[in-house]
Every structure is written in C-alpha cells, then in structure tokens.
Design a protein around this ligand. Structure first.
Ligand SMILES: Cc1cc2nc3c(=O)[nH]c(=O)nc-3n(C[C@H](O)[C@H](O)[C@H](O)COP(=O)(O)O)c2cc1C
Length: 368
C-alpha cells in the first residue's frame, strides 16, 4: 500500500479516519491525528438543510484546525441546489475535500432521500454530483454503501456514474443499507468497485486489527482504508498500521501513555464543550478505549455512575494507577470476546439533532 492522491492532495499514509456522527468532531479528530499515521480526516456528516438555513450546530461541525489537514467536510442531503450551497460553504471555510454521504442508513435521513436513500435514486445522485461540481473547485469525493439491499446491489454502477461526474475518490463501506451494521462488510464488492473505475477507491468495514486491514488490502488492491470504530478502541491504530506498511515494528503505547491520551481528550473536551456534553464524550471514549483492558468492564461500571468531570478524572487516575502497580483492576477480568465487539452502531445518533449518552456498553441516542 502506497500513498495515493486525491487530485494534488497526498493521502499519506493511505489511511483515513472514517466519519462518525457524534464521534469524529473537532476534538476527537485532533486527538487521533496527533497519534500519527492518519492520511485524511473527515468531519461528521453535516446536514445541508441545517447548513444552508444557518443552523449554528451545522456550522460548528465544519470547524477544523490547520493541524488536521488534509481535512474533508462530509455533507448529506437530497436537494441538488442545497447540496451545492452546502458544498460551497465547506469550500469557503477552507476544507481540502468535499465528501458526499451516500451511506447513512438512519431512517430520518433516508426518508428525506439523503444518505443511503440516494442509492435508490441514482439519477438524483447524478444531478447532485453535477451541481456540486459546477459550484466548487476543491475535489469531490463520495462515500457509499454497496447497495440499498441485498437484492439491489448497485455500488459498481453508482461508482462508474460518479467517476463520469468528476468524483475523484470513492469510499465504499462494504455493507448494504438494509444490513445496518450487522454481519461483516463484504470486501469482494469493494474489490469489484476498485476494478471498475480508474479513480482511487478506499475500502471500509470492520478493520480493528492491522492484520485484518492488510489482508483486505491484499485481496482487493484498494488505494486506501478507512477505519472508524477501531479508532475509538485504539487511537494508535493508524500509527501502528503505518508502521507495518513502512516495515517497522508497530508502535506499542504503555499504560502511562494510554492514561495520558484520555486525559488529553478530557482536557480538550472541557475547554470546548459544556460540562454535560463533555461528560458524555469522556464516558464514550473511556468506555470504548478500555475494552479488552484488564478490569475494563468493572472500570466502565464506575465510570457510568460518575456524575462530574472531576469524578471521572479521579476514577481514571485510580484505574490506571492500579493497572500500573498491579496490572489488574477490580477482579482483574478481561472481557469475553463478544464484549469487545464493535458495539457503537449508528449514524442515527446525530441524524436529527440528538444528544449522546452512554448506557451499558454502547452509545445510545436521546432525543433533544
Ligand atoms: C456512531 C457512528 C456514526 C457514523 N456516522 C457516519 C457519518 O456521519 N458519515 C458516514 O459516512 N459514515 C458514518 N458512519 C459509518 C462509518 O464511517 C463506517 O463506514 C462504519 O462504521 C464501518 O467502518 P468501521 O467498521 O471501521 O467502523 C458512522 C458509524 C458509526 C458507528
């Protein structure tokens, strides 16, 4: 796997932090980018209806820092004129790349024709892409699922059409809309896309280990790989992947560094968000991050019952100090494998202005 280009933008290493609504915000992206190995970061998906009607939340979601470059803004919607306006706004704030979401399965998004709903309306998608191309000069990219359902797999045709419209990078999550996040991503379909178009194609789905990513790359020949949920469990996954690609031993953070990264995240959250929001974010990352660590399950229980940032910080300190001294915590249990599965499951979460709360082991949405 080698670096690839989206027009003149080098994606080096060819590893992309996959957009995740409610997760890959300004804070999380910088946290991951600073760990190294990330070639491109993408915003959460942003509603063009919100953007073009002056919704402050949508505008805030476009905020980024120079250290994040290259940076892509992802938009969703179903009206060509609104999509073009939203794209223009992303270009104006200085995004390097404009990405169109054609994969979100959330009913609220699909009902209005956006996200993976566009897979059922290739003509409408074509109009959207053409309208955006007429409006912006930065590269346009597309993130797709393989089809709306198993009986209507059309990712190859959609990718070919997108290439004709001037799209410069296709990213395929190897599941259908109907599948949601169930089962495994089908990388054969990703390979079919790679073989069908001349523009760069990146693959996505279930990469949580370097071996899994390298194997999928070998089978498909994709130009790049997107990692989403895996980055929450292991913020060093990109650096480790890049190490292996460069023939180095993968970097192994020690316990002290794991603690540091949580504290860095928490301090950024506290600076940037209201206490209640930052509490949710802290629980979210700490919850994912300690999956598979000794005593992680027990630690998460104490975390979920913490009611203030200070309480969370105290619990973190106790947990990591205990780990450092004794390599164990609580009863020392490491979760069973199924508890380590990728449990965060949806872009429903922020589809229509939702808050995030952590319940049990996954993330759930509560209506605002
Ligand atoms: C909580 C959550 C939010 C997501 N939000 C988005 C999004 O805003 N835009 C998008 O294109 N995909 C979104 N996705 C899909 C991911 O980008 C990715 O395609 C999917 O999780 C599979 O990759 P993974 O197995 O590496 O996580 C989201 C996924 C999750 C779990």
């Amino acid at each position: 796997m080698r670096p690839f280009k989206i027009r003149d933008i080098s994606i080096d290493p060819p590893l992309i932090l996959s957009p995740m609504a409610g997760v890959t915000d300004y804070t999380f992206r910088r946290l991951i980018k600073r760990r190294g190995g990330v070639g491109l970061v993408v915003s959460e998906f942003i509603s063009v209806e919100g953007l073009t009607r002056g919704n402050p939340k949508s505008k805030r979601q476009m905020r980024f820092d120079e250290e994040e470059r290259p940076f892509a803004v992802q938009i969703f919607g179903a009206r060509p004129d609104r999509m073009a306006m939203g794209a223009e706004m992303a270009q104006e704030v200085g995004a390097d790349v404009l990405d169109v979401n054609c994969g979100c399965p959330a009913p609220k998004v699909v009902k209005n024709g956006g996200g993976s709903g566009l897979l059922r309306e290739p003509k409408l998608l074509e109009s959207i892409l053409k309208e955006i191309k007429r409006t912006i000069t930065i590269p346009l990219t597309l993130k797709l699922r393989t089809g709306y359902s198993e009986s209507s797999i059309n990712v190859v045709d959609v990718a070919k059409m997108a290439e004709q419209c001037g799209v410069e990078h296709i990213q395929v999550h190897g599941r259908t809309r109907e599948q949601g996040y169930k089962g495994l991503a089908n990388w054969d379909r990703i390979r079919e896309v790679k073989e069908a178009v001349s523009i760069p194609v990146s693959g996505n789905g279930d990469v949580t280990t370097i071996k899994y990513g390298i194997d999928r790359w070998r089978e498909t020949g994709v130009d790049g790989i997107l990692i989403g949920r895996g980055a929450m469990q292991n913020p060093w996954i990109f650096r480790q992947f890049a190490d292996v690609l460069a023939g180095r031993e993968p970097y192994q953070p020690d316990i002290a560094e794991k603690k540091e990264v949580l504290l860095e995240f928490f301090s950024m959250c506290r600076e940037e968000m209201p206490e209640i929001v930052s509490l949710g974010k802290m629980k979210q990352l700490a919850g994912q991050f300690t999956r598979g660590l000794v005593g992680g399950a027990q630690f998460r229980q104490t975390l979920y019952h913490s009611h203030s940032a200070d309480e969370i910080l105290d619990n973190i300190s106790i947990y990591f100090e205990t780990l450092e001294k004794r390599s164990t915590f609580g009863d020392g249990a490491v979760e069973a494998d199924d508890d380590r599965d990728l449990v965060i499951e949806s872009c429903d979460l922020s589809a229509a202005g939702t808050n995030y709360a952590l319940a049990g082991s996954g993330v759930t949405a509560m209506a605002e």
